[in-house]
Design a protein. Structure first.
Length: 233
């Protein structure tokens, strides 16, 4: 299971990378998203969650109104417009409450956990920084990210886990002087905004490697700092 230190700081980790939007918006694939980067592309899924959608007058939006507005937003295909643009904000009037944003974030994090334990038998014993990294990967690629990136899953299932190997860039044998992408890198093709997430993920895995090598307390989350700056070097 996720260590308490990971759960406690996940919103702090994710908000600068995803934003915190009360209004629904389309991501770069025109998948309807809301809150801290949480997909709601199926109106039925949106209704299945314990979320409170409000109208401009503060009243609760009906299920039919939520479905109508989410469906209409998707039909507009505003994927090239920023979530905070007047074009996107003006396309709907329903808004999540802040409590619902946090509840949605917690619910999605909980969905990641069982699949992580299935993909990585040692997941519960991983350093907190490694668990934070995996939650971040799943936030961007889906809870089944281990099946999407088998090379990454392979190095993380090594004994001990290859946290550092996951962020190493090997030389490209076909192009001298160039390097292959690291297993942990999420592609930035058509989505340059993913680069900051890759940087934070690399920091988390570097921390996890230090915790593993030095026998530090795995329950401590060192991100956004490092063990080297925590008096443990």
């Amino acid at each position: 299971m996720f260590r308490p230190s990971v759960v406690a700081k996940f919103v702090q980790f994710s908000t600068p990378l995803e934003g915190d939007e009360l209004a629904p918006y389309p991501d770069n694939r025109n998948l309807i998203t809301v809150g801290i980067g949480c997909l709601l592309d199926s109106p039925g899924f949106a209704l299945a969650l314990p979320l409170t959608w409000q109208l401009p007058d503060g009243s609760k939006a009906s299920n039919a109104e939520v479905v109508r507005q989410l469906s209409a937003l998707k039909a507009l295909d505003l994927r090239n417009w920023p979530a905070t643009s007047s074009r996107v904000l003006g396309a709907t009037t329903i808004r999540l409450t802040q409590d619902s944003v946090l509840a949605l974030c917690s619910a999605r994090l909980a969905l990641i956990e069982p699949l992580a334990l299935e993909a990585f038998p040692a997941f519960a014993s991983w350093p907190a920084d490694a668990q934070l990294f995996w939650a971040s990967i799943c936030w961007a690629e889906g809870a089944g990210a281990a099946g999407i990136n088998p090379n990454l899953a392979r190095v993380l299932n090594m004994v001990p886990p290859g946290f550092l190997l996951a962020i190493e860039h090997a030389p490209d044998p076909r192009h001298p002087g160039m390097f292959l992408g690291a297993a942990a890198d999420i592609s930035t093709k058509n989505n340059p905004g993913i680069a900051p997430r890759n940087a934070q993920n690399a920091l988390a895995l570097s921390n996890a490697q230090l915790v593993q090598e030095r026998g530090l307390d795995p329950s401590v989350l060192y991100w956004p700092s490092t063990p080297l700056l925590a008096g443990t070097s």
